[in-house]
Design a protein around this ligand. Structure first.
Ligand code: ADP
Ligand code: MG
Length: 416
């Protein structure tokens, strides 16, 4: 018997569910694609391209739409001898400043042996090098800055669209496409950036259940063997997706998780139950990530609230969490944060969905206050917080959750 055997009863092409897969057609984005396409038309006409700004929440097809249209644009432009089109696609995740973006762009145009270092030059000289590279390249250059909300300063968003008007470019016609997952990013742009970058704005709204169903059906045809999905699976994934955030990525992930669970079960059919289990598993994964990403004081605040929850003291006000928190910081040999900063951590936990918040009225005198409670499986939180529990010491309330399974980890919970 071989140790490894192909198990392909469920999937025809599992990779089609992965993040990096680009679907050949997009479903249900006709209006946005029409506007986007019209905004790119000047490229084919040999005119100065528009600057375009796309925005909407994560997973609503902004990146996919850009890849799709720019792929076609590149292909169609190649049929015109007088168009020399270059497209640069840069994801800004991990880049935080205009400086970093500018150096990355310079290097995009340079050969392997001629790259510049990402530190050490004044910003002005990096821009000079960039204008030089762009002009040397010439023709029409479309620069896509995806997830630009990661960037803290807007210098590049001003400089690039203005480069020609400011006399920095002669030969090259540059168009900037900015893509943002964050609404407030757009609102916070300075007026001068807004007027140049946002010449053409396209909003991508969240998907509803019907949109998600169409997207999932299209993807499932590529990814799964025929007859593998029972009827409820796609509608259920779509319904969850619409309820959560209207995020297609999340729904596709759920479909894949359901498929994997069915595969692990050794069945050749994906059922409703696999979707439900898959959803729990993904949720736990997100919480784990959320807790891992917290600072030490975030962990101490959560540990405090956890023990108060187990003592039936919740919902509880921030000022009543405080004594426990202060004690835990002492035990951990840390200085407690001021009350306001401690409360910020409670709000952050609420944003992550680990803690629930209730707004209450003070009575006739007016004023409101907030009460906090745990909104998550205790065992799950305990297992994600082993390090903090070790640092502070085991509070008696969490003992039952540690007993006997000292070796169990969060991953055991995720497996369930
Ligand atoms: P965004 O960039 O807005 O965060 P993406 O473009 O990355 O979202 O889309 C998330 C996932 O959903 C990708 O895998 C993408 O292929 C898929 N997707 C989004 N919209 C559609 C659509 N209209 N048709 C087909 N697949 C889509
Ligand atoms: Mg994207």
């Amino acid at each position: 018997m071989p140790l490894f055997e192909r198990d392909t009863e469920i999937y025809r092409d599992r990779d089609a569910l992965r993040e990096d897969y680009q679907p050949e057609e997009l479903v249900g984005r006709d209006e946005e694609l029409r506007t986007f396409q019209a905004a790119l038309q000047p490229v084919i006409n040999g005119e100065q391209p528009n600057n375009i700004f796309l925005y909407g929440k994560t997973g609503v097809g902004k990146t996919a739409a850009s890849r799709y249209l720019l792929g076609h644009l590149r292909e169609d432009a190649s049929h015109y001898d007088d168009i020399h089109l270059t497209v640069v696609f840069l994801n800004c995740d991990g880049l935080t400043s205009s400086y970093q973006i500018a150096t990355r762009l310079v290097n995009e145009f340079r050969s392997e042996s001629n790259q510049i270092s990402t530190t050490g030059y004044p910003l002005g000289s990096v821009y000079e090098m960039l204008w030089q590279e762009l002009d040397d390249c010439g023709g029409t250059i479309i620069i896509v800055l995806d997830e630009i909300d990661h960037v803290n300063d807007d210098s590049i968003l001003y400089q690039l669209p203005r480069a020609r008007a400011n006399g920095n470019l002669d030969a090259a016609k540059v168009g900037l496409i900015g893509i943002s997952n964050d609404f407030s990013f757009r609102d916070d742009l300075s007026p001068k950036v807004k007027s140049s970058l946002c010449e053409q704005e396209i909003h991508f709204p969240a998907y509803n259940a019907k949109n998600l169903r169409a997207i999932l059906e299209q993807r499932a045809k590529v990814a799964f063997r025929e007859g593998v999905l029972s009827d409820e699976v796609i509608p259920l994934c779509a319904a969850y997706g619409a309820k959560d955030a209207g995020d297609a990525r999340q729904s596709i992930d759920l479909l894949m998780k359901a498929g994997d669970l069915a595969r692990d079960d050794d069945t050749d059919r994906i059922e409703e139950e696999h979707v439900k289990r898959g959803r729990r598993a993904l949720e736990r994964g997100r919480i784990k990530e959320g807790i891992n990403g917290l600072t030490e004081h975030g962990h101490l605040v959560l540990y405090s609230l956890l023990t108060l929850e187990l003592e039936d003291e919740t919902p509880i006000r921030s000022r009543d969490v405080r004594p426990r928190y202060t004690r835990f910081t002492e035990l951990a040999n840390r200085d407690p944060l001021v009350p306001r900063r401690m409360r910020d951590h409670l709000s952050e936990l609420a944003m992550l969905g680990i803690v629930s918040v209730t707004e209450r009225n003070e009575g006739r005198r007016g004023g409101t206050y907030r009460e906090y409670a745990l909104d998550m499986d205790v065992g799950l939180i305990v297992s994600a917080m082993r390090d903090t529990i070790e640092l502070v010491g085991v509070h008696e309330t969490v003992e039952p959750f540690l007993d006997g399974d000292k070796t169990s980890t969060l991953d055991d919970f995720i497996e369930q």
